[in-house]
Design a protein around this ligand. Sequence first.
Ligand SMILES: [Zn+2]
Length: 187
Amino acid sequence: MDYAQQLAFFANILEQKRLVTALEGNASMIDREAGLTYITPSGRMKLLLQKEDISVMDESGAQVGGRGRRSSEYLLHEAVYRARPDVNAVVHCHCPYLTAYALRYQDFIVPEGCSLHAVFQRFVCLPYGKNGTHEIHRGIEAALEHSPVCLLSGHGVVCVSDCMESCIGLLEAAEGLAKTLWVAKQI
Ligand SMILES: [Zn+2]
């Protein structure tokens, strides 16, 4: 499977898992050898995406392939790839529990008793930045230094990994953790 095909496949999975929708969330993968970034297009149902729909971006930031216009959050993905040579897959989304915590404009501290504490200790919450601009990723390099997940104040979540399979697994685990902690607070 080539990169575009793989990303279309994983974007389908992200929507099946209700982590993204047509209007919210985007995913990307980078082919560092070819210098190309593959990203989901704007405004399309991820469940219906095919390889021809995936936007292909060159190193100058120009779109060189794909039927749709590239996601408006491409700058965020590009900033992560520039800062982290070990990262090859990025998902940005508004999954409800983590996003609810992002609406507090505070870091999310994972309690020590949680089974996932070995994986996640803190999700840093970046300062608010306007959608689709460079403002949105201010401080992301430091925020991702000790965790694959960080929060965007008043907005959503970013998850990174060396491959998309692992990225989706981490995002799902982090969202599940946020849900469990919220439920625990109601008991
Ligand atoms: Zn967003």
